[in-house]
Design a protein around this ligand. Structure first.
Ligand code: PMT
Length: 400
């Protein structure tokens, strides 16, 4: 995700400095080259050796030592960075930058860099609410510096309130967004994911093996690429992707209602959910008891076909469907593309054990309205999502 990206991680002196260690680990795991710059007070909380060991790069703490070190003396950290992340960012470092001061290595790097800068403030709630601090943050935001808001909770100083550094995974997500092409900025994507559950009685339901992984990967990637994302999800045990509006539903009927309610907001609709085609004709109010008969017949009635209705109702939206097939993949998918008035369909061969339901990889063929198609190799669901969004971005802005 962050291959060939260089991140300068600035750590200033707050108790949340320990979270910067985990953040560094996540950056490195995602493939980034990371150089850590610590303020003097940060070194009181965590040792430079910890960051040095995890980053595999020397940790920089002193402005003047930096210039003396032969191996990096001619390389400016500020120039190397694709992104500078300051986490935790104290009121002090933010105040310094807002005041145009550059009196140590971190503030000098921040002053010199042309890379985007993400501040992750963490401090006492009263400091965070102090008008002087607020003015500094607003001033920097006005100059294009990025901020990830602290979260509310119990603070190390004993106070309760807004001031906690968000989890490192949330910082990683913001970093990914800042390093991704913003080719979906201005778009609103309505994405459906997961299975639907069709209740039979208070303790039983009909459903399928969809985990939601494919749809959540699309939602996450779309947010990273600048889109506003509304994710309508059936029951799924996945974390809510950062920055995404999640609307939880259970049944196909609920999914239909939500999707139709939100349709007018969307510029692109992607229906990756595995919606049950049928539901029990009768929902029993009490648990169905075992009887003497050897067989129990279950009457089913048709669920609404959400995608087909979208095909009829869509105005300017780009409509993307999925087709989960175990046989005649292309023929069946093409029929769905045409009968449901889609712009693009993702034909998903779910007979493979490494593709489709509840696995981390997928193998798909993309079929377009003009009759053309392209096959993608076996990829992670995250990579499938990125490739699909590449195509969608192109269809939305053909001249870009
Ligand atoms: O969630 P995962 O575990 O990651 O698995 C991913 C997936 C296999 C669920 C996904 O890649 C996928 O193929 N999704 C579509 C599953 C499906 O229901 O396919 P279908 O061929 O039955 O339906 C065709 C299209 O119509 C789909 O876009 C579906 O969302 C839509 N549909 C279907 C029935 C219905 N009543 N309403 C619908 O809108």
């Amino acid at each position: 995700m962050l291959k060939e990206k260089t991140i300068v991680l600035g750590v200033s002196g707050g108790i949340a400095a320990y979270k910067a260690v985990e953040l560094l680990r996540l950056f490195v795991k995602a493939g980034a080259e990371v150089f850590v710059v610590m303020t003097k007070s940060a070194c009181e909380f965590v040792t430079p050796l910890t960051f040095q060991t995890l980053s595999g790069n020397p940790v920089h703490t002193e402005l003047f030592n930096l210039y003396q070190e032969r191996e990096i003396g001619h390389i400016s950290l500020a120039d190397r960075a694709d992104l500078v992340v300051v986490a935790p960012a104290t009121a002090n470092i933010i105040g310094k930058v807002a005041g145009g001061l550059a009196d140590d290595l971190l503030s000098t790097t921040l002053m010199a860099t042309k890379a985007p800068v993400l501040f992750v403030p963490a401090m006492n709630v009263n400091m965070y609410e102090n008008p002087l601090y607020r003015a500094n943050q607003e001033k920097l935001a006005g100059f294009g510096y990025h901020f990830l808001e602290p979260v509310t909770g119990y603070l190390a100083c004993g106070w309760e309130g807004k001031g906690k550094m968000p989890e490192p995974s949330a910082v990683l997500e913001q970093a990914l967004r800042l390093l991704s092409p913003q080719d979906l900025a201005g778009e609103t994507l309505l994405v459906t994911a997961g299975p639907t559950r069709e209740e039979l009685d208070p303790v039983r339901y009909l459903s399928n093996y969809s985990s939601g992984k494919m749809g959540y990967a699309i939602a996450r990637a779309a947010y990273q690429r600048g889109a506003r994302v509304i994710l309508v999800s059936g029951p799924a045990a996945l974390p809510v992707p950062c920055g995404v509006e999640l609307v939880k539903v259970v049944s196909a009927v609920q999914m239909r209602e939500t999707v139709m309610d939100r349709l007018a907001e969307a510029t692109v609709v992607i229906k990756s959910a595995a919606v049950a085609d049928y539901r029990p004709a009768v929902r029993c109010g009490q648990k169905i008891k075992k009887g003497p008969a050897e067989q129990l017949d279950l009457a089913l009635e048709k669920n609404p076909d959400i995608l087909a209705e979208l095909g009829e109702r869509k105005m300017t939206q780009l409509l993307v469907g999925f087709a989960a097939e175990t046989a005649d993949l292309v023929e069946n998918a093409r029929k769905k593309l045409e009968s449901k008035n889609l712009d693009l369909i993702v034909a998903n061969d779910v007979s493979r054990s490494d593709a489709g339901f509840d696995v981390d990889t997928n193998a798909v063929r993309l079929l377009y309205r003009d009759g053309s198609s392209e096959e993608l190799p076996l990829l992670s669901k995250s990579e499938v999502a990125w490739q699909l969004l590449d195509r969608i971005a192109r269809l939305r802005k053909p001249t870009a």
